[in-house]
Design a protein around this ligand. Structure first.
Ligand code: FAD
Length: 245
């Protein structure tokens, strides 16, 4: 069964992330006791503290706020990319404990979908064939049990669907958005990065005010490979900002 659309949900986040980060920032520049500082942080000051931190590139205080996302309907190809982000924590559906079956879920790339019904049918038939091969190996190796699944899965494709919980702190999220919201990132990780960005802007608007691919807050980092679409990207960010007002 194909699953095309990646889905992202915010599962948990640091309560009052702006307040916590403002406290961390204020503490660095104040002689007062921490609890006094905590009492003294007013909501109207928070945006000012956070934007000052960002302008100094004093980013360690924003590491105190973390965000946990549930990501589903994505491929193992996406998994290989997102887990390259080392300053993040992951829990991923196991292919050993959770055996697949002949009609395993897979992700249909939009480029193949756009080719039309015949191409989609061909891809689907190929997946079904792999599903049969998977079950063949599973049976030969001892059935739907952990010890069989761990080797039967070697026949499964990158398209196989997976799901995960991902936790990142705000600093890592900003970095992730710079790399993965960029038009040069692969479509699937770009899709989930933009979904995460919208959520992050909603729950912590000051921290993520200038978040997005590098061209949003500064210069495109892609050099000669730039997509040249900075204006379109800025408009897209502005549309998100407007939708959150
Ligand atoms: C468009 C694109 C194409 C890519 N193509 C390829 C490819 O072809 N092959 C490939 O292997 N990868 C590829 N990658 C993955 C890329 O090389 C990184 O592994 C991935 O983007 C994670 O980035 P990161 O290391 O900055 O992030 P994180 O691991 O999240 O680290 C965040 C930051 O912490 C610091 N940091 C973390 N660990 C260390 C460390 N050990 N030493 C010093 N500083 C550290 C760095 O400043 C780093 O930027 C690609 C990524 C993108 C966006």
């Amino acid at each position: 069964m194909p699953k095309v659309m990646p889905r992202v949900e915010l599962i948990e986040h640091t309560p009052s992330p702006d307040k916590l980060i403002s406290l961390a920032a204020k503490l660095c520049y104040s002689d007062s006791d921490i609890m006094d500082l905590k009492q003294g942080i007013e909501e109207k000051e928070q945006e000012k503290f956070i934007s000052r931190l960002m302008s100094y590139s004093h980013l360690s205080p924003i590491e105190h706020a973390s965000f946990t996302f549930g990501i589903e309907g994505v491929s193992r190809a996406l998994l290989a990319q997102i887990t390259r982000h080392r300053i993040a924590s992951f829990s991923v559906k196991s292919q050993r404990y959770v055996g697949a079956s002949e009609d395993f879920n897979y992700i249909l790339p939009p480029s193949i979908e756009n080719l039309g019904a015949e191409a989609v049918e061909k891809f689907s038939t190929q997946m079904a064939t792999i599903g049969k091969w998977y079950e063949e190996w599973q049976q030969v190796l001892g059935g739907n049990v952990e010890s069989s699944n761990e080797d039967a899965r070697f026949i499964l494709p990158n398209a196989s669907e997976t799901k995960m919980l991902v936790t990142m702190n705000a600093r890592e999220l900003l970095h992730f958005f710079e790399l993965r919201c960029c038009n040069r990132a692969q479509w699937e990780i770009r899709e989930i990065a933009w979904q995460m960005l919208v959520i992050a802007k909603k729950v912590a608007p000051s921290i993520f005010k200038y978040a997005g691919p590098s061209c949003v807050s500064g210069k495109c980092q892609e050099g000669v490979k730039t997509c040249g679409q900075m204006l379109e990207i800025k408009e897209k960010i502005q549309e998100i900002e407007n939708s959150l007002i």
